[in-house]
Design a protein around this ligand. Structure first.
Ligand SMILES: *Cc1c(COP(=O)(O)O)cnc(C)c1O
Length: 400
């Protein structure tokens, strides 16, 4: 999974280019920087890699979601539909722009169920945010189809699936825009960092301006100030060192995915004899980034027995129904409306009225699936001994 496994001379060289100029800021300082614009170059190469026209680098995957939602005009009074199996950042960003997250079920792809999505759309729905979780595709074509029938933009949270594709087309390019995270545990990592891609120039301009205090980098390329500001912005700028690492990592991304696919195939083969096992449904197996291997048992009891057996050999798997970061019924701070603001925002309106109430039992289909599903993270470099240990444990699990 994490790209830090293969940091090498390439990353060091890119970083030294920046340190040699002393310019850590992505804009201005044209004389000193000797033609080095790492963040800009990273954006251009990232957009090119994904086969789209525009990319905007930002400080994190969470910032990418916030900047994208803001540029799409989402705010107070709006609802945004995402899935109940994601990282907390997806709905934190929705709350941060003042909108209300609404959660859909996931299906056997472990991503947004388009049928349930249909039921959750209403007149307040302003954006739909499917997540390509655990490295693999949501049913993004169906989701975009449903959304377009209602004229609602789709933002793909592609934080966990950089380099993922469907029939060769990159994830993040199906909807209006796609966001990525380059945090410490993501496949392509810059330590902290994020990116938004879009084929819509006007949307990119809004993102570019918003992420840098309203400065227009189109009329004033590479510089700032002097131009009029169309609206109030903020600061989510990526710095040059991150851009430098990103360039080195991007050049390795396809290699990283191929290595993960190879390791995942070994695990999948070893698990295939477990009675009644089914594998997570992949929309396009070739385009899976293979950061995780997910498999589902017939029932919760078998799932516990199998994991107990794996644990005995020291290779227990993750059951996301027990995981407090990624699954709706486990987000107690969301369900209980815990906030640090004295006004109660975002859960309470200024007048004191509770505006959001969540039912922990609201996603029965997802719960039934998650409690039977086990997940292994897959990394780029898995030592032979580790792979063997896991394979042997998975083969043993067929007898429990
Ligand atoms: C990691 C992640 C994010 C947030 O990214 P950060 O860079 O850590 O802020 C958002 N969504 C999903 C699905 C993630 O996995």
């Amino acid at each position: 999974m994490p790209g830090f496994e293969i940091f090498g001379e390439e990353e060091k060289k890119e970083i030294m280019d920046v340190l040699d100029t002393g310019v850590l800021f992505r804009y201005e300082f044209h004389e000193q920087r000797k033609g080095i614009y790492k963040v800009k170059e990273f954006e251009e190469k990232y957009a090119g890699y994904c086969g789209t026209s525009h990319a905007q680098a930002v400080t994190s995957g969470t910032a990418a979601l916030k900047v994208a939602l803001t540029a799409l005009g989402v705010g107070p009074g709006d609802e945004v539909i995402t899935q109940g199996f994601t990282f907390v950042a997806t709905w934190e960003a929705i709350l941060e722009v003042g909108a209300v997250p609404v959660f859909s079920e996931v299906d056997t792809t472990l991503n947004m169920d388009p049928q349930d999505l249909k039921k959750k759309i209403n007149a307040r729905t302003k954006c739909i945010v499917p997540v390509h979780m655990l490295g693999a595709q949501a049913r993004i074509k169906e989701i975009v189809e449903v959304a377009s029938q209602h004229g609602i933009p789709v933002l793909e949270d592609t934080a966990q699936a950089a380099g993922g594709r469907i029939e060769g087309k990159h994830l993040g390019t199906f909807g209006k825009c796609g966001t990525f995270s380059f945090d410490a545990v993501k496949t392509l990592t810059t330590g902290e960092g994020g990116m938004i891609i879009t084929g819509d120039e006007e949307l990119w301009r809004c993102m570019s301006e918003y992420h840098d205090h309203g400065h227009d980098h189109k009329v004033n390329p590479g510089a700032r100030g002097g131009e009029g500001r169309r609206f109030i912005g903020s600061n989510y700028r990526m710095m040059e060192l991150q851009g430098a690492i990103g360039l080195a990592q991007l050049a390795k991304l396809d290699f990283m995915i191929a290595a993960q696919q190879k390791n995942k195939a070994i695990l999948k083969d070893a698990a295939s004899r477990i009675p009644g096992i089914s594998f997570r449904e992949l929309v396009d197996e070739k385009g899976d980034t293979a950061t995780h291997f997910a498999f589902t048992m017939q029932d919760k009891e078998q799932c516990s027995r199998v994991n107990e057996c794996l644990r005995k050999d020291g290779v227990g798997a993750i059951n996301f129904s027990e995981n407090t970061w990624h699954f709706y019924p486990r987000w107690e701070h969301l369900l209980e409306g815990k906030t640090i603001t004295s006004s109660g925002f975002p859960f309470t309106e200024p007048a004191g009225k509770r505006r959001i109430v969540y039912d922990p039992l609201a996603l029965p289909q997802s719960s039934a699936l998650m409690e039977r599903t086990l997940v292994y993270p897959v990394s780029i470099r898995m030592p032979e001994e580790k792979l063997q240990l896991m394979s042997q444990a998975l083969k043993k699990a067929q007898y429990v």
